[in-house]
Design a protein around this ligand. Structure first.
Ligand code: ADP
Ligand code: MG
Length: 402
């Protein structure tokens, strides 16, 4: 994989695919970690006279057409503003991804300038399963620049136009963030010290189920909390009330649990839950054992017995990977589970990696020292797929020579 030094960037428009997918509360950026992590590569390119045209996505815009998506947002405007502040130079934002505005912004760049294209996921073709549709968008992106740098680690597991199809069309290199992330994560796929414990949380099992079955060949223990744990609890026969549940995944979850049993991999689930009367920061709540969870409550966090159980399962770990908050940590009243997990991992004597935009944000939001982990990765899904041994589409694309 080539690095930036292999390209002659001075005076050239460099299309930089970055991961600026930050958590938002309305128009407010609640954690700018991914923007900060992208700064060294942006500064290096601009500092060597490149005309830096950044392409990035934000959230999951809804709607079938470009117009619907642009109307619904989210726009990258708050990201452009924050990036300008951190860089100390203007960062104009094109009003579209590959339209007239994008072309004008690209043409207006001087050496050392930095500009941003609008949310690339406004273009439905970015995430299309149809190769021809993606290729057409990639060609329009390629027409804006003469070189490509891939530095969006958190998107490398996506077979998307700007990640997978575009590098082929321009001389390309990997950015410093991608190279650093890959170097750290390789330590997890070699021969990790054991016990190797993986903690998984987050919102939905459907995001992570395929990964979980592959992790059974890697980890010794899987601790499952957060939004995804309720489908596991339901699959084990427990009432989960109005908690997040993907009923159509129960069979798949049962299959994963059976496979774990055959392989001798422990799957550890919550034994008690914090049940709230509704989803909200001030919702009235109480702790219930999983054997007696009320049908009219929604779990937003794990309970104290589970915090102790998870901490115990982490105490002797020598390698840990954690992705996904185990509760709605954004609400302080429901952040105790995520704090307990973060603190237990911080105390581990071994190699510990936290991955994912929201997980990294949780660590910072809860005030846990970032250096108490071996590595905080900008990528959640990308890290998970890497450590299960998959070749990431974006890595494969950057590895080709052209
Ligand atoms: P990451 O960005 O680290 O990969 P995810 O995006 O998978 O993590 O999940 C993060 C989200 O999961 C958080 O916004 C958090 O509020 C949510 N979440 C965690 N536990 C629950 C729960 N019990 N109910 C609802 N949402 C949850
Ligand atoms: Mg997330």
């Amino acid at each position: 994989m080539r690095d930036i030094a292999a390209l002659s960037v001075s005076g050239q428009v460099v299309l930089l695919r970055a991961d600026l997918n930050v958590p938002l509360d309305g128009p407010e950026i609640t954690d700018d970690g991914r923007i900060r992590a992208s700064l060294p590569t942006i500064r290096k390119l601009a500092g060597t006279g490149a005309r830096v045209l950044i392409c990035a996505h934000l959230g999951r815009p809804k709607g079938g057409s470009l117009a619907e998506r642009m109307a619904g947002g989210p726009s990258l405007a708050p990201v452009a503003a924050r990036l300008a502040e951190l860089l100390g130079q203007p960062v104009p934002l094109a009003q579209d991804v590959v339209g007239e505005s994008a072309a004008a912004v690209a043409a207006g760049l001087a050496d050392g300038d930095v500009a941003l294209l609008e949310n690339v996921r406004f273009e439905p073709a970015e995430t299309s399963k149809d190769d021809t549709e993606r290729a057409a968008l990639a060609a329009r992106l390629a027409a804006l620049a003469s070189l490509y740098v891939g530095d969006g680690f958190g998107a490398l597991h996506r077979k998307h136009a700007s990640v997978y199809d575009l590098p082929e069309l321009l001389p390309h290199a990997a950015g410093d963030l991608v190279l650093a992330e890959l170097a750290v994560l390789r330590r997890l796929t070699g021969s990790p010290d054991r016990p190797y414990v993986v903690v998984l949380g987050g919102a939905k099992p459907s995001d992570k189920l395929p990964v979980i079955s592959n992790l059974l060949g890697v980890a010794d223990r899987l601790l499952i909390g957060g939004g995804m744990s309720y489908t596991f609890l339901a699959a084990s026969g427990y009432e989960v009330g109005k908690s997040l549940l993907e009923a159509d995944k129960i069979d798949e979850v049962r299959a994963v649990m059976a496979e774990a049993g055959r392989r001798g991999v422990q799957i550890v689930l919550p034994v008690d839950l914090v049940g709230a009367v509704e989803f909200g920061p001030d919702a009235e709540h109480a702790v219930f054992p999983v054997t007696a969870f009320p049908a009219d409550r929604e779990s937003l966090d794990m309970g104290p017995a589970t915090r102790a159980l998870f901490a115990g399962q982490l105490a002797d770990a020598r390698t840990v990977f954690w992705n996904g908050p185990v509760g709605v940590f954004e609400f302080p009243a429901f952040s105790a589970g995520t704090r307990a997990v973060a603190e237990a991992i911080a105390a581990v004597d071994g190699f510990t990696v936290v991955g994912g935009g929201d997980s990294a944000a949780a660590v910072r939001r809860l005030g846990i020292a970032e250096d108490s982990f071996s590595h905080i990765s900008t990528g959640g899904g990308a890290s998970l797929e890497f450590l299960e041994g998959a070749t990431l589409p974006g890595v494969a694309a950057l590895e080709t020579d052209s």
